[in-house]
Design a protein around this ligand. Structure first.
Ligand code: UD1
Ligand code: CA
Length: 530
């Protein structure tokens, strides 16, 4: 269980005094997340993530919280931030498109408890439904939204720390924004600056609407106070909803302390309501991820053309050239060189490897190996240490041994290739007979000639050799040479008879004249060296 450090520091900048008399904490968020993204704070009893809303402004058949940015759905970003506080329970409240959201969570976040919101609308009801899944009777409960992707564990941790250090009933995360339209406004007592409640845009009068401190919708609650207060929340408001925001005034009138933690980084608490905001938040997350990698020792030559998904890991001193997309669960080792113009999805690149102008999906590239340029690695490609898949090659479901090479213009599918083997240029592994796929096994230290067609199923033994242009229709034993028994037929003078008067004919005649001239090597009957 996470614990507060001795000085109460939770990894964010120390609290700064606001100008109001009440010491509302200000935080400087967006520091580096730790390796594991876990923050060192007392573990909350639960985090409840609200994800029941319809998200109509997305104009999408896909539920809003399932739209991705940086390779991960909005709700998974929210859950990841929540998980970083090590809560005893993690609850997602669902209703709209319930099945799709629940299926997504079952696949990607099976530890999350699902709470169904009933037909009573509002954030207050949503939290009440979420609390049905919370087994604790006391402690801190965090509430966050499933559509606020930039929120991080550091900020949630700071909220918990502030909340517990001040023994508050409610601590709300707030931000001052240039345009507060649409948000709930934070009401403070004029003389003391104490937070007294939140008023929704639709219920606010003109002077309240002028307040620029807004409710992020992210809170730390004392669990017992929250249960109690929610029982008193009504739907008596402009929207006929149970407002979670009403809990603040109720808690305060019950004698509880209500406080705000003001973030300097309004982006952290912004939700994606439509596709414009989705792109803006995606862009901001992307910028932050690039910065995180650069600060951790990765050279990104051109951040403007580099896209790195949230789950990607990159080792120190790796250089990312322009035009690179690292997607999904891609991981890159140290001192690798990626790009330019490369897309790697769910692909592993080990230390010191070089991957140039390549498109790869579900591939593994071994240490010191080299790939590209103009290369397409399909799922199941595993390239051994110091191996090579060179220019204009396509590979699929193939294990290529240590130091083995497929250097030029080849297709290799459904095969294993032993260590030290070389596959000649323009070789095709014909794995598909039009009905079924078949496997090819090529042993160690084999030399496959250029322009071979290897018609699977075939086994080529260790140390075997195939001639240039061979069609390998059967097994080749270890150490054997395989060549096709088609001999080269020469028809002298064919061009002058069948293509008379063409440029080719003229060239051939000129060559014959040259060769027959005195002093020419052919005229001397000597063999020319080449
Ligand atoms: C809410 C806050 C407002 C705050 C704003 C920040 C209330 C009453 N108001 O506004 O003070 O400034 O968030 O964005 O809380 N949800 C449910 N079930 C519901 C309704 C909403 O799960 O019945 C979820 C939504 O999926 C969403 C979140 O709660 O993730 C916020 O809902 P939304 O309708 O956007 O909140 P607002 O009423 O706009
Ligand atoms: Ca809203």
């Amino acid at each position: 269980m996470a614990e507060r450090s001795a000085d109460g520091n939770v990894g964010v900048r120390p609290v700064r005094e606001r100008t109001t008399p009440v010491a509302a904490a200000r935080i400087r968020p967006l520091r580096q997340r730790t390796e594991e993204n876990h923050v060192n704070v007392p573990a909350p009893a639960a985090v409840i993530v609200l994800a029941a809303g319809a998200g109509t402004r997305m104009k999408s058949r896909i539920p809003k919280v399932l739209h991705p940015i940086c390779g991960r759905s909005l709700v998974l970003h929210a859950l990841e931030a929540a998980r970083g506080t090590s809560p005893a329970q993690l609850v997602a409240v669902v209703r709209h498109e319930r099945e799709r959201v629940v299926d997504h969570l079952a696949e990607h976040a099976p530890d999350v408890l699902i709470a169904d919101q009933d037909e009573v609308p509002g954030t207050g009801r949503a939290v009440q439904c979420g609390l049905d899944r919370v087994s604790a009777d006391s402690g801190t409960v965090l509430v966050t939204y499933g559509d606020v992707p930039l929120l991080d564990s550091e900020t949630l941790g700071a909220l918990v720390a502030e909340h517990e250090a001040t023994a508050s009933a409610v601590t709300v995360l707030t931000a001052r924004v240039p345009d507060p339209t649409g948000y709930g406004r934070i009401l403070r007592e004029e003389s003391t600056g104490e937070v007294v409640g939140i008023v929704e845009q639709k219920d606010a009068d003109e002077s309240q609407r002028a307040i620029d401190e807004v409710n992020s919708g992210i809170y730390a609650f004392d669990l017992a106070v929250l249960r109690d207060a929610l029982a008193q929340v009504t739907t008596d408001n402009a929207q006929g909803e149970m407002y979670l925001t009403d809990v603040l005034a109720i808690a305060r009138s019950g004698g509880g302390a209500v406080r705000a933690l003001v973030t300097d980084d309004a982006m952290l608490v912004e939700g994606a309501n439509d596709r414009v905001q989705l792109a803006q938040l995606g862009g901001e997350m992307r910028r932050r991820l690039l910065e995180k990698h650069m600060r951790a020792g990765v050279t990104i030559v051109d951040p403007a053309t580099t896209w790195i998904d949230a789950e990607v890991s990159i080792g120190q001193d790796t250089v990312i050239q322009p035009g690179v997309q690292l997607l999904g669960a891609t991981s890159i080792g140290e001192e690798a060189r990626i790009g330019p113009d490369t897309t790697l999805e769910d692909t592993e690149v080990d230390e010191g490897a070089s991957v140039v102008r390549t498109h790869a999906l579900l591939a593994e590239i071994g240490p010191g190996a080299s790939v590209g340029p103009f290369t397409y690695l399909r799922p199941g490609t595993v390239l051994g240490a110091r191996g090579k898949i060179g220019g204009f090659c396509e590979t699929k479901n193939v294990q290529i041994g240590e130091g083995a090479k497929v250097p030029h213009l080849s297709y290799v599918g459904d095969a294993e290739i032993g260590e030290g083997t070389n596959i000649g240029a323009a070789t095709i592994f014909a794995n598909y007979d039009g009905v079924d796929k078949h496997r090819t096994s090529v042993g160690k230290h084999v030399r496959v000639g250029s322009d071979n067609v290897i018609i699977a199923p075939v086994t080529i033994g260790d140390g075997a050799v195939t001639g240039g242009g061979t069609t390998v229709r059967g097994d080749v034993p270890p150490g054997a040479l395989a060549v096709n028994d088609t001999s080269l037929k020469i028809v002298e003078g064919w061009t002058s008879r069948r293509r008379a008067g063409t440029a080719a004919d003229e060239a051939a005649r000129a060559a014959a004249k040259r060769d027959n001239a005195p002093g020419s090597s052919s005229a001397d009957g000597k063999e020319q060296e080449n």
